[in-house]
Design a protein around this ligand. Structure first.
Ligand SMILES: Cc1ncc(COP(=O)(O)O)c(C=O)c1O
Length: 333
């Protein structure tokens, strides 16, 4: 697909869908806090607001999308169930929502599996299938399982109901802090960043949305830069961001409002995780600290501004926590 096609792509999704999702979610989730984190100012070079999605019942922002999707399914569709591929948080979102709405939920996990996320998935009642070494292989298997059993295949990012659901976090954030100059958002498949673009364009057009991905899994970044949906090696240890291909719907939305797309390496993400722990009493998994890693990489250009970062999740594995504690603190810390 070429850039012109992405730019002209007809997407049946606007701010109205995000506002409607907020009404749906009001019955299920309270708004999450967004606190100023003054202890981060020295390292960040600007005032920082943290949007805390690690406090969600599943430990990640994705739960908003699953609830919105399941809420819109008919009783018959729920009976047939949902099936999807996930490294954990998107799966937990569907599992949590399926439990709420009485649906069957099958999740295909690629290896290596984060044991913290697998345990939580089982706890929400999901049936787990471990298959393949990456999300693309796991996704193909999930699609096949759905075809066999009549369940609804849920794409991890190219699903308007998921994008509208996760967009509610940005509606909360930008309503509470309408004067932000920057908003940093982590990207795997891009549902979160696409929704941030959608909401910012409507609610806070002066706020620049900056996406962040890792160099070891840079498909979304390269898709945005080239205007084509490209595949790239998918080797990051930051599993929430481990996607090897650009997705059409999210890329089309990113093209409309994203200001810039940064790459950070896995070590920068670990350093940001450590900083959140020591300076903001916040336990983030790698994907949940990637936005801060992106912000730190351009700290010298942020003087005098106000920036928000989304702590998108906190489901770090024990091995990951070990490597975070071994990371080198940032100089200003
Ligand atoms: C904690 C966390 N942050 C960020 C992301 C990236 O989200 P998206 O795939 O919507 O870009 C994920 C994806 O699973 C995640 O789990």
């Amino acid at each position: 697909m070429v850039g012109a096609t992405l730019e002209n792509m007809d997407i049946d999704l606007g701010i109205g869908a995000v506002r409607a999702a907020r009404t749906v979610l009001a019955d299920h989730l309270p708004a999450t806090p967004s606190w100023a984190a003054p202890a981060l100012t020295e390292a960040a070079g600007c005032q920082v607001v943290l949007k805390h999605e690690e406090v969600q019942p599943t430990g990640a922002f994705k739960v908003r999308g699953g609830l919105n999707l399941l809420a819109g399914m008919s009783p018959e569709q729920r009976r047939r169930g949902v099936v999807s591929a996930s490294t954990g948080n998107h799966g937990q979102s569907l599992a949590y929502a399926s439990r709420r709405f009485g649906a069957r939920c099958q999740i295909v996990l690629p290896e290596p599996v984060n044991p913290t996320k697998a345990r939580a998935l089982r706890g929400w009642g999901a049936e787990l299938v471990v298959y393949g070494q990456d999300m693309e292989t796991a996704g193909a298997h999930a699609r096949e399982l759905a075809g066999r059993g009549g369940a609804r295949f849920v794409h991890p990012a190219d699903e308007p109901a998921l994008i509208a659901g996760v967009g509610t976090l940005y509606l909360e954030l930008l309503t509470a802090h309408p004067d932000l100059d920057y908003l940093f958002v982590p990207v795997g498949g891009g549902s979160g960043a696409a929704s941030a673009c959608l909401v910012a364009a409507s609610v806070a057009p002066g706020c620049r949305v900056i996406a962040v991905q890792t160099t070891a899994s840079r498909a979304a970044h390269d898709s945005w830069r080239t205007g084509e949906l490209v595949s790239r090696p998918n080797r990051t240890a930051v599993e929430g961001l481990a996607i090897g291909i650009g997705y059409a719907t999210t890329q089309a939305l990113l093209r409309r409002h994203l200001t810039d797309f940064l790459l950070v390496d896995d070590e920068q993400v670990r350093v940001a995780q450590l900083l959140l722990l020591t300076h903001a009493h916040t336990l983030a998994e790698g994907a949940g600290a990637a936005a801060l890693a992106g912000l730190l990489s351009m700290a010298d250009r942020l003087a005098g501004t106000r920036a928000a970062i989304v702590v998108s999740g906190g489901n770090a594995s024990p091995a990951e926590l070990g490597s975070v504690l071994g990371a080198r603190p940032v100089a200003a810390a």
